[in-house]
Ligand binder design. Structure first.
Ligand SMILES: N[C@@H](CCC(=O)N[C@@H](CS)C(=O)NCC(=O)O)C(=O)O
Length: 252
């Protein structure tokens, strides 16, 4: 996990815990849940993704990948939502979210990597099943992203989305197959543990995955085949930390 002094003068001067995030971003939600579960006070820097605020020169100095979330703690920046939640757990008091035994840790780290690897599929499914109805993107918008300095992977994705042709259909089909494979692994894990993905206690693997499964529910994605996962998701989304961070969260 990389933790380094921010290249942004604005961020380097910040004291305390500051989160650059977007209300609907599942990666941002993941970090907000970890902060709430640990009881860490934090300050919000809401980044308007649809408005392109993540592609401004000032934000690209904080996060050169042009994505949210970014955590700044006493002027040091931590990127990548799953690294950020591990950093929060390791740095602050509160309930321990990573199991202490070596074997459990290895499994939880694997589940977190499984969630990180799901991001491309979550993004494609969110755009296809949730955002398409409300967010039209033109070729000129995509050119504007490229001119603003957005990384090529973001531009290529938006180009396929805006064109809505064979390349986009292929992305969506691959996302469905990939997601079903990952969800099958989670169902298997819950068959072993019973209640939580992280093991005997709620923890980082649960936080990492709940935002993805919740998003799939919002998308109307077919989750009928995953009965244990549905029970698990109901339990996690009923937790106060989830409510404060996601379902009842309003950006400030
Ligand atoms: N691997 C990164 C992925 C971050 C990411 O893709 N964030 C999305 C929101 S969930 C974003 O900022 N997207 C901007 C865009 O696609 O233009 C992480 O886990 O932090």
């Amino acid at each position: 996990m990389a933790v380094y002094p921010s290249r942004s003068a604005e961020a380097a001067a910040l004291k305390g815990v500051h989160l650059y995030h977007f209300v609907m971003s599942n990666c941002s939600q993941r970090v907000r849940i970890a902060l709430e579960a640990k009881g860490v006070p934090w300050e919000s820097h809401h980044v308007d993704l649809p408005g392109g605020a993540h592609l401004t020169p000032g934000y690209l100095e904080i996060n050169p990948n042009g994505v949210v979330p970014s955590l700044v703690h006493d002027g040091k920046v931590v990127l990548e939502s799953n690294d950020i939640i591990a950093y929060i757990d390791a740095t602050f008091d509160g309930p321990q979210l990573m199991p202490s035994g070596d074997d459990d840790r290895t499994v939880v780290q694997g589940l977190i990597e499984l969630a990180s690897g799901a991001q491309a599929s979550i993004k494609a499914l969110s755009h296809e099943l949730l955002f398409k109805r409300v967010r039209k993107v033109s070729a000129a918008d995509v050119d504007g992203m490229a001119t603003a300095g957005a990384p090529a992977s973001l531009v290529d994705f938006m180009r396929d989305y805006s064109e809505d042709g064979a390349a986009w259909a292929d992305r969506v089909a691959r996302a469905r197959a990939d997601m079903d494979e990952r969800l099958g692994q989670l169902e298997g894990r819950l068959m072993l543990t019973g209640r939580w993905l992280s093991g005997p206690a709620f923890g980082l693997a649960d936080i990492s995955w709940v935002v993805n499964v919740f998003r799939l529910q919002q998308c109307g994605y077919d989750l009928d085949a995953y009965s244990r996962l549905n029970v698990w998701c109901r339990a996690v989304t009923a937790m106060p930390a989830f409510k404060r961070a996601v379902s009842e969260y309003r950006p400030t």
